[in-house]
Each structure stands twice: as C-alpha cells, then as structure tokens.
Design a protein around this ligand. Sequence first.
Ligand code: ZN
Ligand code: ZN
Length: 563
Amino acid sequence: MTERQRPARMPADEVRIVFLGGLGEIGRNCAAIEHSGRILVLDCGVMFPDPEMPGVDLVLPDFSYLRENAERIDGVILTHGHEDHTGGLGFLLREADAPVFGSALTLALARSRVDDAGLSGRARLVTVTDGERRAIGAFDVEFIPVTHSVPHGFATAFHTPQGVILHSGDFKLDLTPVDDRRTDLARIGALADGEGIRLLLADSTNVEEPGHTRSERSVGETLRLIFAENPGRRIVVACFASHIHRIQQLADAAVRNGRKIALLGRSMLRNVGIARELGLLTIPEASIIDVEKIDDHAPGGVCVLSTGSQGEPMSALTLLAAGENRHFSIRDGDVVVLSSHAIPGNEWAVAKVMDGLARRGAKVVHSGVAHVHESGHAKQGELATLQAVARPQCFIPVHGEYRHLLRHAQLAIEMGVDEHQVLLCEDGDTVRLSDDGIDFDGEVPAGYCYVDGVVGDIGTGVLRDRRVLAEEGVVVVVLAVDSHSGDILTGPEIITRGWIYAPEAEELLEDARAAVVKAVGEAVGAGSFDADTLRRATRRALGRLVSDRTKRRPMIVPVVMEA
Ligand SMILES: [Zn+2]
Ligand SMILES: [Zn+2]
C-alpha cells in the first residue's frame, strides 16, 4: 500500500473537497469543502454494519482529519434527516464545536444524536429555509429544495472563488410530491444560465435503474386500495419512521376508512410527534389510539403503523413476527404491509420476518407483489435531467458503491461533460478546483470506525478476532512453568469454546496436551524458557495439531505463567 499523502496548504482562491465517506459504499456520507483556509462539513452520517462486523452497532467516518483541523471548521450542513447523513453528528460535535445548519425537520430528527452526545445545552442548531442563501463563516451557501423519502431535504449550492459547486443531496424528481414541494430545477437552471455550475456532485444510489422513479403519490393509491379491499381486517403497515409522506398517506387512508391509528415502535412515536409539531403531518388527535387499547376496537376499525421494515433484530415488526410483542399479537386474517424495500444486506432478515408473519396467519403484502413502495433516489432518467439542467463543467459522482459511481461518471460523459472533467473519487480522496481545472490532491484517512456500545472505534483487530471466534471458536491452553528450570508445574490445561464438542474429543485433547508438553520441552532444551518464547512455541505446536487433525483454524490463546 502506498503511503497516504497529506494535502498541502492551498492558495486562497483554490477550493478543495475532501471525501470522508459515502463514496464506494452506501452510508456514512460525509465531505468537507474548503477555501481561504476554512472548512465546511457537508453531512455526517453513519453506516449500518454488515454481517461481517459482528457486534458492531454503527460504522462512522474517520474524523481524524476534521479533528486535526477542528479550529478551521466554520459549520456543519445536514442535507436531510436520514441516519446515513446525520447519525454521526454527536460523535463529530465532540471533536469540533461548530454550528449545525439544516431544515427544521432535519435538525429535529438529528437532535437525539446531539442529546446522546450530552451536548444538548451547547450545540448550536441553526434552522435554514427553502431557497435561503446565507454566509456561514467564509462560505456563501444556498439551500435548494429537493424531494426525497424524508421531507425538507436540500441540495446545496456553494458560491466559491472557483464558481458554483452544486451538491444534489439525496434527491428524486417527483412532480407531484405529497407536500407539493418539488426539487427546484428552476433555481438550478438559473444558476446554470447565470454564473454557470462549475462542479456538480450528485447522488448515485439508483443510477443503475433505468427510467424515472414514480411519484410518492402513486404509492398512496396502492395503499388506499389495500384499505378498501380489506374491510373488517386489522391492517398493520411497516415503513421507515422518517418517511413522513408515506405516514401521511397511510394515515389519510386509515382515517378515510374510519380506522383508528396506533403507533408502534419508539422512532415511529418520536418522529410522528416531531412532524405533527412542525405541522408537516396532519393526523386528527381523535384518530390516534394507544396500541394497548387496540383490542377495544373492532379489527376493521384499527390500523397499526410500525417500525421494523428492515427486519432489524429488536424492532416492533420483528417482535410481532416472533409473537413476542408485549402489546398485541398478529392473528389469523390480519393484513401486514411492508411499505418498504429491503436495503441490500437486509434481505435475509426481512424474508424471515415476512415468513414469521405469514406463519401467524397474516396476509403479507410487500414491494415484490404490490406497488407499496417507491424509492427516494433519482433513477437514470432523473439523473440525466439533472445533468441537462445543471450543465456542469466538472462532475464527481457521490453517494454510492463503486459500480454506481462508475456508471454515474459514464452517464455524465454521455450527457456532455468533458471526460477529463469527470473524477471518480473514493473515500479519503481530496480534489482541488483551481483556475487550471479539477484534479486529485492527496488523501486523508477515511477508514471505517467501528462503534460498539459507547466505545468509538474498536479497530479492525478486534473485528478480525470476533470473526475468527464466530467462525472457528477458541482454544485456550494454560500452563505454569518454573522460571529457573523451565519445568512444567501445572497444566497444560486446554479449554475450548466453539471448536469441538469436548466430551467426544478426549483423545484429541490428550494429543494436544502432549504436543504442548513436547514443544515446551524442546524450547527449554534449546535454552530458552522465558514466557514469551514458550507462549510462541505453545501456539505454534497447538495450531499445527489443530489444523492437521480438524482442518480448522480457531483462535489459539496460550497462557504461560512463570512461578
Ligand atoms: Zn436519504
Ligand atoms: Zn443517503
């Protein structure tokens, strides 16, 4: 591996962008924009762990670059309220005390991150509104409305010494959004016609999907149909708790059919509360009931809105599928709608939940059989439209796995961007925008930081150990030796977990003990009996025997005590 280059100091009129996450993976979106020696952070998200990361709760961007330059940070912008853009905020604010800018909803959704970090009193959260243009330290930033699967997201235009840099945020082009707040293509076009857009950074999540996303309203039509077709049955719908427009359409359908609405799951209760308070969600007070009161109503008179559409282990829907929810249970004839699409990596968990629900007698409706979900991310046609309207001089695809970024770069070139002005960047890359054009400009650390419990970054070593323990088990060998003669005083005692069923392996364990005794004897015979040497000899001998006899590679932990 080549040594990472540190970015050099730049002349005042150059602009630099540092990518800290979200390029080469879905999640933990984070970037920094810099000029005149100042830094503006754009999003600060988390990624959810994959099955290769046992015990990890969250994956964060590596904040070491921001930590080292904390005094140069003028602010943090949150484009929208999703966890993959806001979930790391509490961790970042511990490193850097900077004001945070976002829409009222985004900040309300992110607030729990600030509270978790114990910064409730100190954090400066600044609400910005649609179309607002404001100075943030050295930066001149404009907030442009976009539609997405959480309301009140922004694209951001940075008016810099090198021209306008437009960041799309997560967006789609919904011409009939539930709140009539469309992606402001007109403003983007005006920027393109005016000073021109020097650099575009755009969401690549759905670039492999041809055509256009359908309007969120089209999902509402399907949901209304499901309510109409199932009178007299209880209806349970699971969706993302931040998808306020989906929740609005569900609530409307329920109310129209004379059903009361019960909310299930902590984030559902919290987010519905936040959105109603901000006037972004309208549900008549009389239509909301406590989930514990659900059996006071006829099956056709209730609807449950639940979290857990991704099959998350302790979520409301997963507990329902396992018959372990405290408040109520699924029974024959219930209709359960998963108004969602499994995020890659969650398919197995979601399938298991759907199976559990079906086993309890529920009729399960999901996006594979009905149009009960639509993506919040622009597909090819919409991404091409953005290119056509923005007509950027330079382009960098963001938010996506490597193949998404690659495909998006090709799309930009097809749409007329000069191929020398398209950069394919990954996490850790730094680019410089100057009068000479755009180019790479060194790297910064951008590895995964694994969070488990309250401990930030448990490191790759711990993770590697956990994988070995999970897949192969552990063999511990304990012995005490005389520090003068090297004689074995006690042991070797062998303790195993997850390697072999011990009662049936007496002979194997006996051979293992013998191998250790022999290895220690040889080392002592060669004149070295310090604990380190004996530990190494023990591990080597035991490792070889275990591998030869069982074709497995458990973790081997030699414990050599000197007496
Ligand atoms: Zn999003
Ligand atoms: Zn996102």
